[in-house]
Design a binder for this molecule. Structure first.
Ligand code: GDP
Length: 506
């Protein structure tokens, strides 16, 4: 029989769910010799499939006395034998560190998992259940084991998730291609491994550990596993971040003054290391310290190109720019202010946006600008029209050669880095969301109104939000922009890209 294991921290309602699924069959099973009598195990008939169901709650009591120990000990062997795991959380309690810890362990077990948000009675329960999406185990299925709500859906999902009855044959079977010539052509492309054109990529979801930690209660903090979890969370939180070091890059067209600027910054701040080879062949990295801590500056072309005679003829190297962007948290886009903001500068800005970095616009050669007021206005106007994706970007003007104003640069970079790292709590977000929806209702799409239900921040660096709702993935671009602008204004997310992911729910 296929084995389905119910797992989760104590008190989320595993036994109630077990009883609900096993129903009347349990009595029958318990009477048979050789079957455990404490009802850890039973059989259930789900949509015509007979399955073996294991309730890990029955195993908890015997295990070591920390919460963590109990969860692990009870589940480890059960999960090893599972064809499918029903991972339960308590929607009313929200996601606790124990849930998150357990979920991250479970994700590494490579088992099929259905995420069950139990105790989700009523509409508020369903909204709370959505928070469980942050666990990275797929869409939560909201239900109430006690009241029986959502049990039929769960049974259906279980039946669908189990390996098909005749496994070997099914593995070989190829779906017959039906439909139009276009559909057939697409299927043929996909079979060849070419990218699908019409299918949106799965949103990349990371576990929002910071939010979870923030939302934890004193009881959680008293739990012996909490410290361990917090440690792990800090690690998972950002593997790329070097503790305390802010990574930035200077990019811009040739002759904008990047290397002059670098030398100036090196002259003003205390240099710790460098210039030394950066992460790629074409980059160098320098470490300086300002009053707030260490800053690593990555420079792609600047110093290296100094030696070349054909310097002025060199075209902007896009790949070098992208390399620098990938290494930085905040990117300083250096422009020659005497030339104004050019299309090429905007192209670089869009690359920065695409890579999800924070951006500071540096107007260099300010000493040589004749009409400063008009220049500044022209640049702001251009930004307003052509760079709406990063509205509110910090603009700093200075002269790298004289040094005037260069001291404004790093503080602006640090402010942007802080915004890039912003975390907004789920509660705050949804209060904003409700009023945003009220002010301006989601539009009709093919005659039907989209129902948006819930928003949560799934990631920072850059701030990334996930919205759930019925057919949410069909949200038109202008409404998407309305929400992004609202998020930017309400939570002060100036000068950084904002990512919005949409997730349709049933
Ligand atoms: P890069 O290609 O971006 O690294 O640009 P460079 O740093 O090599 O500078 C290009 C040219 O602009 C050089 O001739 C610099 O002397 C000049 N330059 C750089 N910064 C300034 C500045 O603030 N004011 C003025 N007037 N010239 C500058």
């Amino acid at each position: 029989l296929p084995t389905v294991v119910i797992a989760g921290r104590p008190n989320v309602g595993k036994s109630t769910l077990f009883n609900r699924l096993v129903g009347r069959r349990q009595a029958l099973v318990a009477d048979q010799p050789g079957v455990t009598r404490d009802r850890k195990e039973g059989e259930a008939m789900l949509r015509g499939r007979l399955v073996r169901l294991i309730d890990t709650a029955g195993l908890e009591e015997a295990a070591p006395d920390t919460l963590y120990g109990r969860m692990r000990a009870s589940s480890e062997s059960a999960v090893q034998q599972a064809d499918l795991v029903l991972f339960c959380i308590d929607a009313r309690a929200g996601i606790t560190p124990a849930d998150a810890h357990f979920a991250s362990w479970l994700r590494r077990q490579n088992r099929k998992v259905i995420l069950v948000a139990n105790k989700a009675e009523g509409r508020s329960g369903a909204a709370a259940a959505m928070e469980a999406f942050s666990l990275g185990l797929g869409d939560p299925l909201a239900l109430s084991a006690e009241h029986g709500d959502g049990i039929a859906d769960l049974m259906g999902e279980i039946a669908e998730s189990l390996p098909p009855m005749a496994e070997a044959e099914a593995a070989e079977a190829v779906e017959p291609v039906k439909g139009s010539a276009r559909a057939r052509a697409r299927a043929a492309r996909e079979a060849k491994g070419q990218p699908k054109t019409s299918v949106q990529p799965e949103p990349e979801v990371e576990v929002n550990f910071a939010d979870i930690l923030e939302g934890s209660t004193q009881a959680d903090a008293d739990d012996p596993m909490f410290a361990e979890f917090a440690e792990q969370a800090a690690f998972v939180e950002d593997e790329t971040a070097v503790a305390g070091v802010l990574k930035i890059a200077f990019v811009g067209r040739p002759n904008a003054g990047k290397s002059t600027l670098l030398n100036r910054v090196l002259g003003e701040e205390r240099m710790i290391t460098g210039p030394e080879p950066g992460l790629t062949r074409d980059s160098i990295a320098v470490m300086v310290r300002d009053e707030h801590g260490e800053v690593q500056i990555v420079d792609t072309a600047g110093l290296r190109r100094k030696a070349r005679i054909d310097e002025r003829l060199e075209k902007m190297s896009t790949s070098a720019t992208i390399e620098a962007l990938k290494m930085a948290e905040v990117v300083v886009l250096v422009i020659d202010a005497t030339l104004g903001l050019h299309e090429q500068d905007l192209q670089i800005a869009r690359l920065i946006e695409r890579e999800g970095r924070g951006c500071v616009l540096a107007l260099n050669k300010w000493d040589a600008v004749e009409d400063r007021v008009a220049t500044r206005k022209a640049i702001y106007d251009r930004l307003e029209i052509s760079l709406t994706q990063m509205r509110g970007i910090e603009v700093v003007s200075f002269s790298a050669t004289t040094g005037a104003g260069v001291n404004k640069l790093l503080p602006a970079v640090r402010r942007t880095a802080e915004i890039w790292n912003t975390r907004v709590s789920t509660g705050e977000l949804n209060r904003w969301f409700d009023s945003a929806l009220e002010r301006h209702a989601p539009p009709l799409v093919s005659g039907r109104r989209l129902k948006l239900r819930y928003i949560t921040q799934v990631k920072s660096r850059p701030p990334t939000f996930l919205i759930f709702g019925t057919r949410a993935e069909q949200l038109p671009d202008d409404y998407r922009r309305y929400l992004v602008n609202g998020l930017r204004e309400s939570f002060g997310l100036d000068g950084v890209p904002i990512r919005l992911q949409l997730r349709g729910t049933k």
